[in-house]
Ligand binder design. Structure first.
Ligand SMILES: Cc1cc2nc3c(=O)[nH]c(=O)nc-3n(C[C@H](O)[C@H](O)[C@H](O)COP(=O)(O)OP(=O)(O)OC[C@H]3O[C@@H](n4cnc5c(N)ncnc54)[C@H](O)[C@@H]3O)c2cc1C
Length: 389
């Protein structure tokens, strides 16, 4: 049994690593101040740089300007980018969710209109699914798109829309046939965020940041050619988009988890907590989590390379990672003690503690976003264990 990558993939990794090790420190050095790893301008600037260097559309067909890399090479790219400590981008939704959905389902005209903006990172996207009355039960959504001649008239209220305040476009699930069964009357629309009638209201998070928003659509005219796939056929696209999200979401997060475990070990030594039996046990358990998450990532990659559909394994990994990540940052807060109480604001006198405090608070969201822990457990119960609904 071989756990790891083939020799030619490792050679490819060495090339990428050399690129990141040359360019990333140079990019950091040119930034006017010490970068805040979570600041959106910093995240966007690095993402722009990477795209303009040509590292974009990694898995897309060549015909749309992509690189047509194998899943393995894409995984290696994301691993190496995370390994150097580079931030996550702000157009993750455009690159990771929308682009593969367009490649599979959009018309040629739509592909030529929208893919170049994602490839170059010129156009940032957000995802307008959740509503105040529709989250886990997404098919309960009430946003309406009524056909009026050459356009739809869009009305509704979305919530928790990440990056809507900086996004150029939003892909929106809206009900186009209120009389149809819940899953059948929904369409997938591409909405220009500059359209009259779009209002974005940021939501302040527990970390103090405001990266997600409420979005109000009030009589927004959406041209008919902004419909992807068939009218009332949006649910199928939404499900496919979710499987694309699971494909790319986890790799950088697993690498970061491993790095954070190492940072936690250093923190335990620095604070003298490495002599405390309880904390030693916690840190050891997290090191095991890190190893298991890597193996789960490799298993998911192997299954995908064999052409299998994304299964409940994605739910198992998401559940494990999000809950272990909360334990990791809780342990860090325990180690830091009073230092963690100063909170997450960057620029204070204890930036290391502020970063951990921010992570501790932010990880609360991870058991909610992309499917809550309870919903993941339902999936595992039904699909892996065969329990009744
Ligand atoms: C940081 C962050 C970013 C997000 N970004 C976006 C975004 O960009 N676009 C977007 O559309 N949405 C986004 N979301 C929304 C996210 O998808 C929803 O929060 C999530 O689907 C849960 O929906 P909800 O918040 O309405 O909770 P609800 O679905 O109302 O759930 C409330 C509670 O009930 C539990 N529950 C619900 N149904 C069941 C069930 N069947 N069995 C057992 N328990 C159940 C849940 O687990 C939860 O504990 C984001 C959320 C977060 C936290």
């Amino acid at each position: 049994m071989q756990v790891g990558y083939a020799a030619e993939d490792e050679a490819f990794r060495a090339e990428l690593r050399a690129w990141f090790e040359t360019h990333y420190p140079r990019f950091v050095a040119a930034w006017p101040q010490a970068p805040d790893p979570n600041a959106l301008d910093w995240r966007r600037a690095w993402e722009d740089y990477v795209c303009q260097a040509g590292w974009s559309g990694l898995g897309w067909p060549l015909a749309y300007g992509g690189k047509a890399w194998s899943l393995t090479r894409q995984a290696i790219f994301h691993e190496e980018q995370a390994r150097i400590g580079a931030p996550l981008g702000v157009n993750l939704i455009g690159h990771g969710i929308l682009a593969p959905t367009l490649i599979h389902f959009a018309s040629e005209a739509q592909k030529h209109r929208y893919l170049p903006g994602i490839l170059s990172n010129r156009e940032v996207w957000c995802q307008g699914y959740s509503e105040p009355g529709a989250g886990s039960d997404l098919a309960a959504l009430g946003t309406r798109a009524e056909r009026r001649g050459d356009h739809y008239l869009l009305n509704g209220h979305k919530i928790w829309t990440s990056f809507a305040h900086i996004a150029d476009y939003c892909f929106v699930l809206a009900r186009t046939d209120p009389a149809a069964q819940r899953h059948k009357g929904i369409s997938f629309l591409l909405v220009d965020m500059k359209s009259p009638g779009v209002r974005v209201q940021p939501i302040r998070q527990i970390t103090g940041e405001a990266d997600f928003n409420e979005v109000f659509f009030e009589d927004v005219r959406v041209p008919l050619d902004a419909l992807v796939g068939e009218e009332n056929g949006g649910w199928r696209l939404a499900m496919a988009a979710a499987s694309f999200e699971r494909g790319t979401y986890f790799i950088p997060r697993q690498v970061r988890f491993a790095q954070e475990v190492k940072a936690l070990q250093r923190l335990a030594i620095d604070t003298g907590a490495d002599r405390d039996a309880h904390l030693r046990r916690e840190v050891t358990r997290l090191a095991l989590d890190s190893h298991l998450l890597r193996l789960k990532g490799l298993r998911a990659l192997t299954l995908a390379l064999r052409g299998g559909p994304p299964g409940a394994e994605g739910s198992a990994t998401k559940l494990h990672w999000s809950e272990a990540h909360q334990r990791l940052t809780s342990t860090a807060a325990e180690l830091l003690g009073e230092r963690a109480l100063a909170g997450p604001a960057p620029g204070g006198h204890d930036p290391a503690a502020a970063l951990w405090a921010r992570e501790f608070l932010w990880t609360r969201a991870e058991t909610i976003l992309a499917g809550t822990s309870e919903v993941q457990r339902n999936i595992l119960a039904e699909q892996m264990l065969g329990l009744p609904r």
